[in-house]
Unconditional design. Structure first.
Length: 252
């Protein structure tokens, strides 16, 4: 019997899924047992003997996919966006009945992006003004990006705990959308531009100074070390983990 992790990839023909298929196939400690597209039945995961599922599909599909995996005792590593508070709550409740199963919801698998968000959270309490600009390829269906939402949430939590007031903003007359989306009180601006992959700038402004924390993914290969790390760690972290930082000791 093989000691390799039996992995299935959902969304296998997509931009990220096809990259993940190659990464799993190349990993010496993993075996790709299934690669499913939109029309393939989830039951294939069971017949293929998958114990680990990577979900890189679309926001409308991901919750049902992950629920199926958990209900069948499979660990799940999820990169798909769309996991709002309600979905996370429902998943947490489901996992309570499957105490040995782990799920990682990772808004971004790129290690540099995870670090950039952590740095932004660290810096958030020291600046009067904070805004986020995320920039992506024009085929992306969701805005703002999951990474930007997560970064804003982390920064907003730190600012709330430190008692920092809202960023100053005198705007009273606005073309709808001109000031971006409001995520927990932080403005997030989304750019969609041919030629881009995935990029983010966190802007922090204080009296007479600015700190910019920028991360760029130029290639989807940048996400693959994080996908493989997630697969190697997920079984050791039963329950729900949000953010790859949950598997990294960033305070060391
Ligand atoms: N966490 C991370 O680091 C990253 C996350 N993403 C996210 O991953 C998701 C996928 O992104 P892309 O690959 O660019 O999109 P894509 O549109 O290229 O691929 C999605 C694929 O999933 C398929 N699909 C839809 N429903 C399915 C189902 N029920 N079962 C199996 N396959 C299904 C589609 O047919 C498509 O081939 C998005 O939510 C995106 O935001 C993208 C890049 C990095
Ligand atoms: O759709 C993408 O491409 C990406 N999606 C994720 C997100 O919404 O944050 C991760 C990365 O930004 C690429």
């Amino acid at each position: 019997m093989s000691n390799k992790l039996p992995v299935a990839v959902l969304g296998a023909t997509g931009r990220m899924g096809s990259e993940a298929v190659q990464a799993v196939e190349a990993a010496p400690d993993m075996e790709l047992v299934a690669a499913l597209g939109r029309k393939d039945p989830l039951q294939t995961l069971v017949s293929a003997g998958a114990q680990y599922v990577v979900d890189l599909t679309v926001p409308d599909s991901t919750e049902a996919n992950v629920r199926f995996a958990v209900e069948h005792g499979m660990h799940a590593v999820v990169g798909t966006t769309g996991w709002d508070a309600g979905r996370l709550e429902r998943l947490d409740a489901l996992l309570a009945g499957h105490p040995e199963t782990g799920v990682l919801i990772a808004p971004n698998f790129a290690l540099g992006s995870v670090l950039a968000s952590a740095f932004a959270a660290k810096a958030a309490r020291y600046f009067e003004s904070v805004e986020i600009v995320e920039l992506h390829h024009p085929n992306k269906v969701d805005a703002p990006s999951g990474t930007a939402v997560r970064t804003a949430e982390l920064m907003a939590a730190v600012r709330a705990e430190a008692g920092i007031p809202a960023s100053p903003d005198a705007t009273t007359k606005e073309l709808p959308g001109a000031r971006g989306a409001d995520v927990d009180g932080i403005r997030v601006h989304s750019v969609r531009l041919r030629g881009l992959v995935a990029h983010q700038e966190v802007l922090l402004g204080g009296e007479g100074e600015q700190l910019t924390i920028r991360h760029d993914s130029y290639d989807r290969a940048s996400f693959m070390p994080g996908v493989l790390l997630g697969l190697r760690e997920v079984a050791a972290h039963p329950g729900l983990t949000v953010g790859l930082d949950g598997y990294l000791n960033l305070n060391a």
